[in-house]
Design a protein around this ligand. Structure first.
Ligand SMILES: NC(=O)c1ccc[n+]([C@@H]2O[C@H](COP(=O)([O-])OP(=O)(O)OC[C@H]3O[C@@H](n4cnc5c(N)ncnc54)[C@H](OP(=O)(O)O)[C@@H]3O)[C@@H](O)[C@H]2O)c1
Length: 295
């Protein structure tokens, strides 16, 4: 797949894709390419006006629906209002290294928006996604630990580590979802993706030294950053349970390839723990049963 570009996205006519966080950055670029390839794209965004403005310049079949991942009531309303099955769900929306804050349900903001919201959304749609679920993680997952104190209630808050924890949670979730789908004999697969470092609003927002060291450096364009997401969402040969990222130095830039992730991200026991905790916190129980001997 070396050198794969947006021009290699297969024809998407007849396919429906939900893209969360489609108003800007990688989500907007993913929307533009998929709609251009013929997909019907449902932009799932917390600010419908902003989404409609973003959709204005995009040719193709676009729908805008409201989804605020920082509010489980909004996640439930989105799922209840979705009037058809979809082929692909792309869990792309995210916040990056924001100050301490809580979601409507009282979750630490990174955990809530980046992991628990998508966990609930995917669970509510689990029987209605035909082809694949793509979850957008980050190379910074390597700095993360998923602690028992997952909501940062008993430790000093550190925004980059809170972000890293949520991105490790994305990988634990994506890989556990694949084990469960395979264990249940489902055709739908779960794939992780990460963009390397891409020049988006999210990436530029933090101008601190720490931010520059962690997420700075030469960034690739949003067009390049979206390629691993597009590959994960459309390439026919993608296997469930892999992570697609840039093939260049330190996975910071390049064309899509299957990339390695940390040992912690492959810890099936921690993934099962997080899954259970996420079900408790969100109240969403998946119809898919634990994999048993498949793991
Ligand atoms: N850019 C990078 O270098 C980089 C590196 C690694 C991983 N990533 C990951 O890539 C994904 C996309 O990030 P980006 O760089 O494209 O950032 P971005 O330009 O800031 O886009 C983030 C998107 O998430 C949406 N969002 C934020 N909070 C939300 C909420 N509560 N409910 C629904 N949507 C919400 C934003 O909506 P609004 O427009 O309403 O704010 C926006 O559409 C994230 O998961 C991020 O962690 C990015």
């Amino acid at each position: 797949m070396t050198g794969w570009t947006a021009a290699d996205v297969p024809d998407q006519h007849g396919r429906t894709v939900v893209v969360t966080g489609a108003t800007s950055g990688l989500g907007a670029e993913t929307t533009r390419v998929l709609a251009g390839a013929g997909a019907t794209v449902i932009m799932a965004c917390r600010d419908p006006d902003k989404a409609r403005a973003a959709a204005n310049g995009i040719a193709g079949a676009i729908e805008v629906r409201r989804l605020d991942l920082a509010d489980l009531a909004s996640v439930r309303a989105f799922a209840a209002g979705l009037d058809r099955d979809v082929d692909v769900l792309i869990n792309n929306a995210g916040v990056m290294a924001v100050p301490r804050g809580a979601t409507a349900d009282g979750f630490e903001r990174h955990l809530g928006v980046n992991h628990l919201g998508p966990f609930a959304l995917t669970g509510l749609l689990a029987d209605r996604v035909r082809d694949r679920v793509v979850t957008v993680a980050s190379g910074l997952h390597v700095l993360g630990r998923v602690r028992d104190d997952v909501n940062w209630e008993r430790r000093r808050y550190q925004r980059w580590l809170a972000y890293a924890q949520s991105k490790l949670a994305n990988l634990l979730f994506a890989f556990e979802l694949q084990r469960r789908l395979a264990g249940a004999g489902r055709r739908t697969v779960s794939v992780a993706a990460h963009p390397g470092v891409a020049a988006t609003e999210g990436q530029r927002r933090d101008t601190s030294l720490q931010g520059k060291l962690l997420a700075g450096g030469p960034a690739q364009s949003p067009e390049m950053g979206a390629l691993p997401i597009l590959y994960a969402a459309t390439a026919p040969d993608v296997q469930g349970g892999v992570c697609i990222g840039p093939d260049g130095f330190l996975q910071r830039r390049g064309h899509p390839a299957v990339v390695g992730t940390s040992l912690r991200s492959r810890d099936a026991d921690r993934a099962a723990w997080l899954w259970k905790r996420s079900e408790q916190l969100t109240g969403v129980r998946y119809a898919i049963q634990p994999p048993g001997d498949v793991r």
